[in-house]
Ligand binder design. Structure first.
Ligand code: ZN
Length: 434
């Protein structure tokens, strides 16, 4: 028997201390040690990536898998294949748009039964907070959900209604009993309009940044009043940054994420009628995008996660008022962000912090998010210099729709290891529930 089952060496290993040459040594599926790049080691398999970067597997805490119930939109097999191909080794599934939504312990059981045996990466779950399910929150917590999602505005599916601010407060009081986490879709419905027509500018005007900012301010106030940790999902409007920064300075337990599409795409470049670009809140101006990058750089936005929320292609009507709102990008988050980050002076260590370490810390997922001894050996070989032409039909997610179709991104995932074993999407899956 060798001392290690696997050693992966790279001149560009991205550790919590930054980029450095290193040899990551794996025993029983976990990182046993991080040695010098050229250390003499006794290993069953010794892989030298040379100048390819070695990253910890990404942790995507915002994925809508939709199975059971809307499995034709997305399912666990296809979503987790896409994740693995994109360097994502952990996903946390959102409580909607599956049927039933994950708002009771029985619904979590139904979801796990549907997912069993299909997952190519590790999978955790969020629960949902909707009107009338206060008594279900603790049982879901005890079953291991990482927290609870609520909407302040209509979610897009009728079985997952929004909460009023008073209902949020009641849910937070329950969640406070076990010091849990609430994750919030923050748009104030009183400031949302019906789109005046089918075009992108009309859709954008119907969901102003002021709606996001007002809802973020409400969520901050509810966190401040109850002491419960609150996380703002998918910040699109940079107008939210100032109240978020002020709240954090004031000691409120609030954090926030944004998504690759808000950081890489702009309203100005949405093609006429191409509703692959439709999501809520919407992709905004180039100037707004620049301010979101500043929010990431100064830490007000801590996580970059996909909000992968696909549907069948027929629901992506060429009408921004009527089309399904959701962007499919699970396989492309890393190259999309790297493409933009590199031009803005950020390094891979920043990308790993936003897309792996911080999401793992947000949800409290043990053993994920870093190349450190004791963590699961979830590893990614990433070629930061590769050109990646995107063909929607060649991606693993179920329906061939993505706003990145036809673009050439920078950076490509070469190999993804889950707990020390390369993921082979044609072999039986090895992912577990977290
Ligand atoms: Zn979402």
């Amino acid at each position: 028997m060798s001392e290690y089952e696997l050693v992966v060496r790279s001149r560009v290993a991205v550790t919590p201390e930054g980029e450095r040459p290193a040899a990551v040594a794996v025993r029983e599926g976990k990182i046993a040690a991080v040695h010098a790049y050229d250390a003499a080691l006794d290993a069953g398999q010794d892989v030298d990536l040379g100048d390819l970067a070695l990253l910890p597997g990404l942790v995507d805490t915002h994925v809508h898998v939709n199975e059971p119930g809307r499995t034709h939109w997305e399912g666990f097999a296809s979503a987790t294949r896409a994740a693995a191909a994109g360097g994502v080794t952990t996903i946390v599934d959102m409580p909607l748009n599956s049927l039933p939504p994950t708002v009771t312990a029985a619904a979590l059981t139904a979801k796990q039964e549907a997912a069993a045996g299909q997952c190519y990466v590790d999978v955790g779950f969020w629960g949902g907070a909707i009107p009338g399910n206060l008594d279900d929150l603790r049982p879901l917590h005890e079953r291991g959900v990482y927290g609870f999602k609520c909407f302040l505005s209509p979610s897009g599916v009728e079985e997952f209604p929004p909460l009023t601010p008073d209902e949020v407060r009641q849910a937070l009081k329950v969640i406070a009993e076990f010091d849990g986490l609430m994750v919030v879709h923050a748009e104030d419905p009183s400031l949302l309009l019906e789109p005046a027509g089918p075009t992108y500018p009309e859709f954008l005007d119907s969901r102003p940044g002021a709606s996001e900012r007002r809802a973020v301010e409400q969520a901050i106030e509810l966190s401040r009043q109850t002491g419960v940790r609150v996380h703002i999902l998918h910040v699109s409007s940079a107008d939210c940054l100032e109240p978020l920064a002020a709240a954090r300075r004031g000691g409120v337990r609030v954090s926030a994420e944004t998504c690759p599409h808000y950081l890489t795409l702009t309203a100005e470049q949405v093609p006429d009628g191409d509703t692959a670009f439709k999501c809520c809140p919407p992709i905004r101006s180039a100037e707004n995008r620049d301010r979101l990058w500043a929010g990431l750089a100064d830490g007000v936005l801590s996580c970059v996660v996909s909000d992968h929320s696909p549907s069948t292609a027929d629901l992506k009507l060429p009408d921004f008022a009527a089309a399904w709102g959701g962007i499919a990008s699970l396989q492309l988050g890393l190259p999309a962000i790297w493409t933009e980050a590199a031009t803005r002076g950020h390094g891979l260590a920043d990308v790993v912090r936003w897309m792996s370490a911080n999401p793992a810390a947000l949800a409290g997922i043990r053993g994920k998010g870093g190349l450190v001894p004791g963590a699961d050996a979830d590893l990614v070989a990433f070629d930061p210099a590769a050109d990646l032409p995107v063909d929607a039909a060649a991606l693993h997610h179920k329906n061939p729709v993505t706003p990145y179709h036809g673009r050439t991104l920078k950076g490509a995932v070469r190999t993804t290891w889950l707990r020390g074993v390369p993921v082979d999407v044609t072999a039986p899956p090895r992912g577990v529930f977290l």
